[in-house]
Design a protein around this ligand. Structure first.
Ligand code: MN
Length: 245
């Protein structure tokens, strides 16, 4: 076994995903790639991202955008594509993704779990985060896919207003997540946010761990394990940030 390369939200940025794998010297069959979800939408080539993820044997958790197009596909599996087009409401960009993905690529997304535990690194990977008042395994799907903050009443919320959930999480596991491009890189005591907004023209970020290396709690030590590549261009304008990004 080689390194574990945890990659932030790719959002259809296939060129940058490839750039990042080259930049860290990804070795097929030796290194393990783990994606924090939201492989699709916003960027130019969602199918290319899923294909590259498949071909490099990547592990990944499901993101809210992956789930969105999967809701269309599940309906289409059962009732046909025409019915899915009528019954499952998708934005234009999600509809374009649903049309671009092959059955095999949908199958890859459909098999993604909501959480990946890597005990050798004392690490949990989820897309958005957890409700710090509960065990990660007790969190519902909505929270794992969309949480950003803890509001004034102490409730998990998808909004930016409030305290970042990652500041409230006190371990013991280190949680690596994405979903929150507005807040950019987050380095908290027990949480690392890797969504650095590649689709918005910023960077794609990876956390690169040696075999069985426990994620350092020290932020400076953790920062040294990060690798970034620049976006090739701005692929998508940034919205209000409170939406289901
Ligand atoms: Mn997301």
């Amino acid at each position: 076994m080689g390194r574990t390369i945890v990659v932030g939200d790719i959002h259809g940025c296939a060129l940058e995903f490839d750039d990042l794998l080259r930049s860290v010297g990804f070795a097929q069959g030796v290194d393990r790639v783990v994606l924090v979800g939201d492989l699709v939408a916003r960027g130019p080539d969602s199918a290319g991202v899923v294909e590259l993820a498949r071909s490099c044997g990547a592990w990944a958790v499901r993101g809210n955008h992956d789930e969105k197009v999967l809701s269309w596909w599940r309906h289409a599996q059962e009732h046909g594509k025409r019915s899915a087009d009528r019954k499952v409401k998708l934005s234009e960009r999600h509809r374009a993704v649903a049309q671009a993905l092959t059955e095999r690529q949908f199958g890859f997304l459909a098999a993604l779990p909501l959480m990946i535990s890597l005990p050798e690194h004392e690490m949990l990977v989820v897309h958005a985060g957890v409700d710090p008042s509960k065990a990660p395994s007790a969190c519902d799907e909505e929270t794992l896919l969309t949480v950003r903050s803890i509001d004034d009443e102490g409730k998990a919320s998808r909004k930016l207003a409030g305290t970042p959930w990652a500041q409230r999480w006190k371990g013991p596991a280190q949680i690596v997540f994405g979903h929150d491009a507005r807040r950019n890189l987050q380095l908290e005591d027990f949480a690392t946010g890797l969504d650095t907004g590649c689709c918005y023209g910023r960077q794609l970020t990876a956390l690169v761990l040696s075999e069985a290396e426990v994620i350092p709690r020290d932020r400076a030590a953790r920062a040294k394990l990060l690798r970034q590549v620049a976006a090739r261009q701005v692929w998508c304008p940034m919205g209000s940030g409170d939406g289901p990004e």
